[in-house]
Ligand binder design. Structure first.
Ligand code: FES
Ligand code: FES
Length: 161
């Protein structure tokens, strides 16, 4: 076992892990941060997206030992300090960007990374960026619409479900 230390959602976190322990498993099982979902374990679905040192990363593609010393943010840190929803979260609610919600943590983490780098993305850019995030419920239109709305753009002409 190896001791790892990192900052998770602004607080120091540590634990003993095996070399094969995924970051996603460390977050869920050692830290009880179960908002990071595991949908495939094979880098396809994007349900496990977190931010590592400011970059969107699929937490099932990274070993916990590789995140040693890193700054990690999970969906649990997304709400505003007073507990209210952020603009992106509110836009998902307003535009029905979720149904079962399983993909939603990963979608929100990917969307926030996209809007940080590209504050006014085109619809095509949003769709391209979400290529690694699978949703089995919504058909994606409302997710794209929510992200466009969160960027402050007029979404009245965009397709909806
Ligand atoms: S659980 Fe990581 S991509 Fe599916
Ligand atoms: S809302 Fe169910 S998987 Fe996306």
């Amino acid at each position: 076992m190896t001791e790892v230390k990192m900052t998770v959602n602004g607080k120091p976190a540590s634990g003993a892990v095996e070399g094969r322990t995924l970051l996603a498993s460390f977050l869920r099982e050692n830290l009880s941060l179960t908002g990071t979902h595991i949908g495939c374990d094979t880098s396809q679905c994007g349900a496990c997206v977190v931010h590592v040192n400011g970059e969107a990363v699929k937490a099932c593609t990274m070993l916990a030992v590789e995140a040693d010393g890193a700054e990690v943010k999970t969906i649990e840190s997304m709400a505003n300090p007073d507990g209210s929803l952020t603009v992106i979260q509110q836009a998902f609610q307003d535009h029905h960007g979720l149904q079962c919600g399983f993909c939603t943590p990963g979608m929100i983490m990917s969307a926030s990374a996209l809007l940080k780098d590209n504050p006014k993305p085109t619809e095509a850019e949003v769709r391209h960026y979400l290529d690694g995030n699978i949703c089995r419920c919504t058909g994606y239109h409302n997710i794209v619409k929510a992200i466009m709305a969160a960027s402050g753009q007029d979404v009245s002409a965009l397709a909806a479900e």
